[in-house]
Design a protein around this ligand. Structure first.
Ligand SMILES: Cc1cc2nc3c(=O)[nH]c(=O)nc-3n(C[C@H](O)[C@H](O)[C@H](O)COP(=O)(O)OP(=O)(O)OC[C@H]3O[C@@H](n4cnc5c(N)ncnc54)[C@H](O)[C@@H]3O)c2cc1C
Length: 138
């Protein structure tokens, strides 16, 4: 099932972010990325910056997968909390989660400097623990 088949819809699912023609002939590339969501496009972009000829292919619309549903909240926190992450993935797994998310946040800021259309606003995050106490974390 693709994201477009799911019942709930985001406000921006109907916005066409970019379009490209169907591939009509054989072409060569250093790397072929399958999937034009945030993961595929970010990888393709980084490889292209390093001089590779990259082709991105997708069975559907550009960024029409799960990426079309995101609320685009960038954080190095885990939804389930680091305690759970360490329990399930171990300390090294939790560290790499934190580091990869932090790197993605830094990369997004760099994309903005390179005039790629991206709007980032910094917001505070509050983690609520049960039952009532709230703690401001950043
Ligand atoms: C409601 C909601 C809110 C979210 N909010 C956030 C948030 O605030 N912050 C956050 O970080 N994350 C959020 N997420 C998660 C985030 O959206 C996803 O983790 C992210 O978009 C996944 O990107 P992706 O590129 O891996 O996958 P996708 O965007 O799904 O891209 C995969 C692409 O690959 C294509 N594809 C798959 N298989 C093939 C194939 N065999 N051949 C050709 N093409 C193929 C698909 O068509 C699709 O376009 C949210 C998710 C949801 C559902």
């Amino acid at each position: 099932m693709n994201a477009s088949d799911e019942r709930t819809r985001s406000l921006w699912m109907d916005v066409l972010v970019a379009d490209a023609p169907q591939l009509q002939k054989n072409i060569t590339a250093d790397t072929v990325v399958v999937g034009s969501g945030i993961a595929g496009l970010s990888v393709a972009y980084e490889l292209a910056l390093r001089g590779q000829k990259v082709v991105v292919i997708d069975r559907g619309r550009i960024a029409g997968g799960m990426t079309s549903r995101t609320t685009a909240h960038l954080t190095s926190q885990s939804d389930d909390g680091f305690e759970t992450l360490i329990r399930v993935r171990g300390l090294e797994g939790a560290k790499s989660f934190y580091e990869s998310h932090s790197a993605a946040m830094i990369a997004s800021k760099q994309y903005r400097r390179k005039k790629i259309s991206i709007v980032i606003s910094v917001a505070s995050t509050a983690i609520y623990s049960r039952p009532l106490a709230a703690r401001q974390v950043n």
